[in-house]
Ligand binder design. Structure first.
Ligand code: SF4
Ligand code: SF4
Length: 453
């Protein structure tokens, strides 16, 4: 029955074959250069961003205790949830769009799991030698040389994992302070604990679990194949050209053979341990390493390149419904982010009626209502807020300013408002206008004034 399944079903249900350790052979070529270039930029950004300073503070910092995210001059609070929803939705739709067009290139070129796996493999190749030398070493009994080589590799892995954990934690704890405290062994136990936790996660993930994370744990790897269609560019082996495969000498006559010389280089370089010549498989992360390897072999035999290549079964339709929808969603998210950015107010205000007493009749003849006004300063500077009232006849207010509210501080002010009694109305809607003295932004809050019946 399995043999009759269409290709897309096979991608989803095929049982993984590579359960043994994979010795990834290093490969040079166009896609390897592309990935290395991308990875260097991404890792440099990851490590460097926490060191950028903005107005005397770390430019990007998630302060878990204060529940804020500082991003240059913005300080985001849980009340700014909308921007996170928009950003995550933008990232998700961008990923869907790219997957629909180019398959799992996110996995193959930019996913941290792949980046760190290949980084750890690079270290392994430097310390243990080629993939064949690595396998031979594993098959040897433990002796001094093997212990020294393995020990060195794990030591470099542990240092790399620890540095990764430090960089990651410096998004949550001021970078300079973190590095100083960890180096001088004076970091709080909680911070040291988290650094240790992330270091262990990185070491285990990139050193040991590797491709099994993608095959057995990552949910995205499982569902993204449903986004493929005939127009998606996937790494494909040209069966008609390659078969029947078989070894031969360089420059010899091919006779009945196809272009595949059965060198298995494409299998040796594959980080997930599959043979792309068996057809499309869900483990394939579209990394292009087998394309580089096979092109190198084709060059050696002076055959045409691209026996293995990125190919779509059919050209992608210009008006592909799903791509248009993803594109529109991306545009919608970008517009939403722009609107959020230009309309964002750098403080929050909540106005609540004092529940102790609905109203008071003052000896001056005015009716008084008391309100609790909570101001949260979401900017990164100390601010003073000015209150005014509109829509209430002859209104008086006990205090019109909330002074020197520090960044991130929430201040409550109790304000008593007086108004002339109304003969025909028991309630009157009116507005508190709260203006920031620094940014000059104004928030309006509608409330109800209660008169005696
Ligand atoms: S089959 Fe090729 S493209 Fe797919 S994961 Fe292996 S090396 Fe990468
Ligand atoms: S690298 Fe190319 S020639 Fe060698 S086995 Fe793979 S497909 Fe065949």
């Amino acid at each position: 029955m399995g043999a009759n399944l269409p290709d897309s079903s096979a991608i989803i249900f095929k049982v993984p074959v590579a359960e043994k350790k994979i010795y990834i052979r290093e490969q040079q070529g166009y896609f390897q250069r592309l990935r290395r270039g991308l990875n260097i930029i991404l890792v440099a950004l990851f490590a460097g961003l926490p060191w950028i300073s903005w107005q005397g503070e770390q430019a990007i910092l998630f302060d878990v205790g204060a529940q804020t995210l500082r991003f240059f001059s913005w300080v985001l609070y849980p009340q700014d949830l909308m921007i996170f929803v928009l950003l995550f939705s933008l990232a998700a739709f961008a990923l869907f769009y790219i997957t629909k067009k180019y398959g799992r290139v996110w996995c193959g070129f930019t996913c941290p799991q792949t980046v760190w796996t290949l980084m750890f493999n690079w270290i392994e190749r430097r310390v243990e030698g080629t993939n064949h030398q690595s396998r031979a070493l594993d098959n040897q009994p433990w002796f001094i040389k093997k212990s020294a080589i393995k020990g060195l590799k794990h030591l470099v892995w542990i240092v790399t994992a620890s540095l990764t954990a430090m960089v990651f934690m410096s998004y949550f704890y001021p970078a300079y302070q973190l590095y100083t405290e960890v180096m001088t062994l004076s970091a709080p136990a909680l911070i040291s604990g988290w650094v240790l936790f992330f270091a262990v996660c990185t070491y285990v993930n990139a050193g040991w679990i590797r491709e099994k994370m993608c095959q057995h744990m990552c949910p995205y790897a499982r569902f993204q194949s449903v986004m493929f269609d005939a127009g998606t560019k996937l790494v494909t082996y040209d069966k008609h050209r390659g078969e029947s495969r078989g070894p031969r000498k360089r420059g010899s006559n091919k006779n009945e053979l196809g272009d595949c010389v059965d060198c298995k280089l494409c299998v040796q370089v594959c980080p997930v341990g599959i043979d792309i010549r068996d057809g499309l498989q869900y483990e394939c992360i579209n990394c292009g390493l087998c394309v580089d390897a096979c092109n190198q072999v084709m060059d050696t035999f002076q055959y045409a390149r691209n026996l293995i290549h990125f190919k779509a079964m059919k050209p992608q339709k210009v008006w592909n419904g799903a791509l248009v929808l993803y594109g529109l969603a991306i545009l919608g998210m970008l517009i939403g982010i722009w609107v959020w950015a230009v309309t964002r107010v750098d403080f929050e205000v909540n106005v609540a009626r004092d529940r102790q007493q609905l109203y008071r009749e003052h000896y001056s003849g005015l009716v008084e209502n008391t309100f609790r006004i909570n101001v949260l300063n979401k900017s990164n500077h100390t601010a003073t807020y000015y209150l005014s009232i509109s829509g209430l006849p002859v209104a008086t207010v006990t205090d019109l300013t909330i002074k020197h509210v520090k960044p991130g501080e929430k201040r409550e002010a109790v304000v008593t408002v007086g108004s002339t009694p109304q003969l025909d109305e028991a309630r009157q809607h009116f507005f508190f206008d709260i203006k920031s003295g620094e940014s000059e932004q104004v928030l309006k809050r509608e409330v109800i004034f209660i008169y005696p019946e």
